[in-house]
Design a protein around this ligand. Structure first.
Ligand code: HEC
Length: 102
């Protein structure tokens, strides 16, 4: 009987921990990088001006690092696992074109 209860509790715990810091947002197939940024990111990253979406530190101001950042998140930022492939490309391109590097 004990084993049975444990078998039910463990998956529930894993689900809670695993989803704590991620968002289910999935970009529509035709979304531009700007569309995705304003739907998924501006809640926390308010654009600095009409042409400046973000202030980027030097180490993250490249496509690979950016995509890794929004797909994996961090302690304080949720992971966006459903921004993949071309959508991830378009979002990263948009941010790189419209950001200041500190
Ligand atoms: C719930 C709030 C929240 C959302 C939503 C969010 N972020 Fe963040 N983001 C943060 C916080 C807090 C930090 C600073 C801590 C850190 O670097 O992890 C951050 C940091 C970053 C950085 C690093 C900046 C630097 O120069 O080091 C990038 C890039 C970034 N976010 C991109 C995005 C993108 C792209 C999206 C949308 C897909 C997004 N964020 C959505 C909270 C958020």
């Amino acid at each position: 009987m004990k084993t049975f209860k444990f078998a039910l509790t463990l998956p529930a715990l894993l689900i809670l921990v695993g989803c704590g810091a991620s968002r289910d947002y999935t970009p529509p197939a035709d979304a531009t990088g700007e569309n995705i940024f304003s739907s998924a990111c501006t809640e926390c990253h308010k654009p600095l001006s009409a042409n400046v979406a973000m202030n980027l530190s030097e180490k993250i101001a490249n496509k690979e690092a950016l995509i890794k950042k929004f797909q994996s998140g961090s302690m304080r930022m949720p992971a966006f696992k459903n921004i993949q492939g071309e959508a991830a490309d378009r979002l990263a391109d948009y941010i790189l074109k419209n950001s200041q590097v500190k």
